[in-house]
Design a protein around this ligand. Structure first.
Ligand SMILES: NC(=O)c1ccc[n+]([C@@H]2O[C@H](COP(=O)([O-])OP(=O)(O)OC[C@H]3O[C@@H](n4cnc5c(N)ncnc54)[C@H](O)[C@@H]3O)[C@@H](O)[C@H]2O)c1
Ligand SMILES: [Zn+2]
Ligand SMILES: [Zn+2]
Length: 329
């Protein structure tokens, strides 16, 4: 089969690789759609230290093409979305119900071959069957949505909170849609990219600006979410959390990034600073939300590229053009 292969950091090519063969409890998925995200850029840049070569693509969905000997839950032809998490289920963190912090953390498309290929292998326990109303390619959005759902699991989710979100890329926009569902009084979006803010406006944010300074809210925001990973945004956002409010670090910074905090304000205003990492028992729920139409794939997926043009798709994503860029099978 054909697959996009990151041969070494900085070098990607579309090559012929052996077809995957399923183990007893594995499923082979014919990939209909595979999304590109920041993690793929990190892998391309030599971070997250997986072993190279690696086939990227941790956000994918498609149709079951083959099943292992002991698989009874799905059949050939079933549409499925794949949770890429490969928690070991045995380590200290897994046994405490925190598999996303697994001490032997692995993920499909990060440490083992992923969905930027014609076919991908997944344990059957990672597959969620899709209803007919959902197009399998669109369902590749369930994985990023499941990360956003995990983010909301660590947030207070009070009715009538005021939300401020930095970054109106795929993740910021998903956070915005979830905030609306959580009964937000207002959801304001900050981004330096005017095209991205235009989409936030189209999707019904309360206010949008290139700088939170332009948004008139002297009391601050109850929930501030960073979906940029950028120091300037993080520092600005931390300063805008209202008393008793929460700051969620969702954006992935470079390892070397540091951001200043005001310990006095955190103490004196009882501010919570928290993080959320990938997927934790949130994939199934993201599938339900996706099926219920919480995010509109027509808006979220801005470009589709064939597998042969993977490098071009990645370069476009890096340039910040469009929103979710998908590789079609
Ligand atoms: N925590 C998790 O589980 C998880 C999961 C998926 C993605 N992420 C991370 O979330 C972040 C967002 O993902 P995405 O796919 O939406 O990325 P993206 O690159 O599409 O969007 C980031 C947005 O931030 C904006 N931005 C950059 N600097 C800014 C600044 N100083 N002020 C305001 N806006 C600024 C950019 O213009 C861009 O629109 C990334 O860091 C990604 O790695 C985290
Ligand atoms: Zn991703
Ligand atoms: Zn583990």
């Amino acid at each position: 089969m054909k697959a996009a292969v990151i041969v070494t950091p900085g070098q990607i090519s579309v090559e012929s690789v052996p077809d995957p063969t399923p183990g007893p409890r594995d499923v082979v998925v014919q990939v209909a759609g595979s999304g590109i995200c920041g993690t793929d850029l990190h892998i391309m840049d030599g971070e997250f230290a997986p072993a190279y070569p690696i086939v990227p693509g941790h956000e994918f969905a498609g149709t079951v093409a083959a099943v292992g000997r002991d698989v009874t839950e799905v059949r050939v032809g079933d549409p499925v979305a794949v949770d890429p998490s490969l928690h070991c289920m045995e380590c200290y963190q897994c046994r405490r119900g925190r598999g996303n912090l697994c001490e032997r953390w692995n993920a499909i498309g990060v440490t083992v071959s992923g969905g930027a290929a014609e076919y991908a292998l997944a344990p059957v326990r990672n597959c969620v069957t899709l209803p007919e109303s959902v197009a399998p390619a669109d369902a590749a959005l369930i994985e990023p949505l499941s990360c956003a759902v995990r983010g909301f699991d660590v947030l207070p989710r009070r009715l009538a909170d005021h939300y401020l979100i930095y970054g109106a890329g795929t993740m910021g926009l998903m956070m915005m849609e979830l905030a609306k569902r959580c009964g937000a009084a207002t959801v304001s979006m900050v981004d330096l990219n005017a095209d991205r803010l235009a989409t936030a406006v189209q999707l019904g944010c309360t206010a949008s600006a290139a700088s939170a300074e332009e948004l008139d809210r002297p009391r601050g925001w109850d929930v501030v979410i960073d979906c940029t990973g950028v120091q300037a945004a993080i520092e600005d956002g931390l300063g805008r959390v209202a008393p008793a409010g929460t700051f969620l670090q969702f954006g992935v910074s470079e390892y070397r990034t540091r951001a200043g905090i005001e310990p006095y304000r955190i103490y004196n205003k009882e501010i919570t600073v928290t993080g959320s990492m990938a997927v934790l028992h949130s994939f199934e729920r993201a599938g339900d939300l996706f099926t219920a139409g919480v995010i509109d794939p027509q808006v979220f997926i801005s470009h589709r590229f064939p597998l042969d043009r993977y490098a071009e798709a990645m370069a476009q994503f890096r340039a910040g053009i469009g929103r979710k860029i998908q590789i079609t099978g």
